[in-house]
Design a protein around this ligand. Structure first.
Ligand code: NAD
Length: 522
């Protein structure tokens, strides 16, 4: 039996530095409201991306531990479902208060393990917290409908929890993305098993600790670790009714088909190639700043990073000015003041990004700003790629076709806004897009004709707030985007609809013979 402890392996506070950790502590599983040492025989080393110093080891949770997590969630479900909505709401109020109190600590964990700047990590936490805060108001959204469909007869609809659900998370938003699932899934009465990214589970472990403090009963939230093996367990475990996935197309398309084949509900947000169309009539200064921030913020490791610029007409001459602004950004350790962008997640990611830049050079594009080989003086061992701008890109080039997921902006030139719309719609991804223009008529046309699911008009990263939903389209979502995250569709995803039709007649039936015709109530 594994030793149990209620103390999390995640520190109460962080030194806010990238200094080597003297005795790194292993990441634990979170089962039945306890932090439990894993009996794993396989461990995944987790390094600070700014230094490549060891931060922790993440277990490949054992088969027994994976099963124990679902056993615990299954056992907790009936009592949690029967807990009154107002009680669940009170726990959610406490949870959001605790997340807010621990905001800095969560952000510090993200900077250490993921690499983004502390200010950006705070935004990561806040965007997730806002989903949790909105979930507190679920009481007004849980109501069903009722209609008297005939005399003495009525139909009512209910939203019921599904049971045990699971979330599989990516590395790039270690707090926000677990919080796309945990609050909505649990406040409506489900229990959840979360698998954070094995590359940065720290924030999720803090969220688990806070959930226990907020009063979630044991088993409502369990956390297990690992990579593909843990995912396969989730996909094949019959007691898990729904899977929420955010991550790459490679993993997500596989996860969508295997989980769907096993009869589960799946919501899956995948990769992206987000374009901005830049029109000559736009507010130029605003556009250039917005593009630079959205391309290079978080070192381009956002699914809504603005990675592709479509320069319409004379705006192609503005690309050197974007390069000037990009050059002014400061790359450094995420804890350092005034840092604009941190490292990329791993040496492998750095190599892949550099390879894509090299491929653009080989295919005849212009490397206007080259971030390869740059590194901040203080952190020579990190995974660094400086802001990079590739101009004169053509649609057949590898750097255009693949999601780069690094601080690289590719720029293509077209003659008209029609050409821009055609180019953007020809791309197989459809997560987000933006247009920079001062013409309402042009923006209106763009908005109607563009296929990407999230459109910004003079807004570079148009991620909707939690009262709406995250509405990617095309190859950026699996299953045609029917099950989007948070908002009304998020609530629908985590609940089963039930309708009840009842007849309460005071007098007995007049006819003595039963009717076998289809009841139409007409
Ligand atoms: P990833 O697909 O490598 O990993 C995501 C999760 O899947 C992890 O928990 C990982 O353990 C698991 N996984 C990885 N490979 C697997 C495999 N072969 N089989 C089973 N499970 C596997 O993604 P990542 O690198 O962590 O995240 C970056 C990607 O996520 C980018 O493509 C980005 O665009 C995408 N993303 C999309 C959104 C969105 O909302 N559309 C948001 C954030 C990130």
């Amino acid at each position: 039996k594994p030793a149990t402890t209620s103390a999390a392996s995640t520190p109460e506070s962080y030194p806010l530095s990238h200094a080597p950790i003297e005795s790194p502590v292993d990441t634990q599983n979170f089962l039945d409201n306890k932090f439990v040492e894993s009996k794993a025989t396989t461990w995944l080393d987790l390094y600070d991306p700014a230094t490549n110093n060891l931060v922790t080891r993440v277990p490949q949770s054992t088969d027994e531990e994976l099963k124990a997590a679902v056993d615990s969630a299954q056992k907790a479900f009936p009592a949690w479902r029967d807990t009154s909505l107002m009680t669940r709401q009170q726990i959610m109020f406490k949870y959001v208060a605790l997340i807010r109190q621990n905001w800095d600590r969560l952000a510090a964990s993200i900077t250490l393990e993921q690499g983004k700047t502390l200010a950006d990590a705070k935004g990561d936490v806040l965007r997730g917290l806002q989903v949790a805060e909105t979930a507190c108001g679920i009481t007004t959204q849980m109501t069903g409908e009722v209609l008297e469909v005939a005399k003495d007869m009525e139909t009512r609809s209910y939203k019921e929890p599904l049971g045990v659900v699971a979330a599989i998370c990516p590395f790039n938003f270690p707090a926000m993305i677990p919080l796309w699932s945990i609050p909505i899934a649990t406040v409506v009465g489900n229990t959840i098993v979360v698998k954070p990214s094995e590359r940065d589970p720290g924030a999720c472990m803090i969220l688990a600790e806070l959930a226990e403090k907020a009063g979630f009963p044991a088993g409502v939230i369990n956390i297990i670790h690992g990579s593909a093996k843990t995912v396969d367990f989730i996909l094949d475990e019959p007691r898990i009714k729904a899977v929420s996935f955010v991550g790459s197309n490679k993993a997500g398309e596989y996860i969508y088909s295997r989980a769907s084949a096993n009869g589960k509900r799946v919501q899956a947000n995948l990769g992206a190639k987000n374009h901005a169309a830049v029109l000559p009539d736009c507010n130029k200064n605003h556009a250039l700043n917005a593009i630079t921030g959205a391309a290079f913020g978080a070192a381009g490791q956002r699914c809504m990073a603005l990675s592709t610029c479509v320069m319409v007409g004379e705006t192609k001459d503005w690309v050197p000015e974007i390069a000037e602004r990009a050059k002014a950004l400061k790359m450094n350790g995420g804890f350092e003041e005034d840092t604009d962008l941190g490292p990329v997640i791993s040496p492998e990611a750095q190599k892949r990004i550099e390879g894509l830049i090299a491929s653009a050079e080989e295919e005849g594009a212009t490397i206007l700003l080259d971030g390869r080989g740059q590194k901040p003086e203080k952190y020579p061992n990190g995974n660094w790629v400086g802001p990079t701008i590739i101009a004169n890109v053509k649609p057949h080039m590898k750097c255009y076709k693949e999601e780069i997921f690094g601080p690289v902006l590719v720029c293509l030139n077209v003659a008209t806004v029609d050409d821009a719309i055609e180019l953007i719609n020809a791309n197989e991804y459809g997560n987000g897009t933006a247009i920079f223009t001062c013409s309402g008529a042009t923006a209106g046309r763009f908005q109607r004709e563009i296929e990407a699911g999230q459109v910004g008009i003079n807004v570079p990263i148009p991620v909707p707030l939690p009262m709406f939903s995250f509405t990617g389209n095309k190859k950026s979502v699996a299953g045609g985007g029917a099950n989007t995250f948070y908002g009304k569709p998020g609530l629908a995803f985590y609940t089963q609809q039930k309708t009840v039709t009842s007849l309460w007649r005071s007098e007995d039936a007049v006819a003595s013979k039963a009717s076998v015709n289809m009841p139409t109530h007409s």
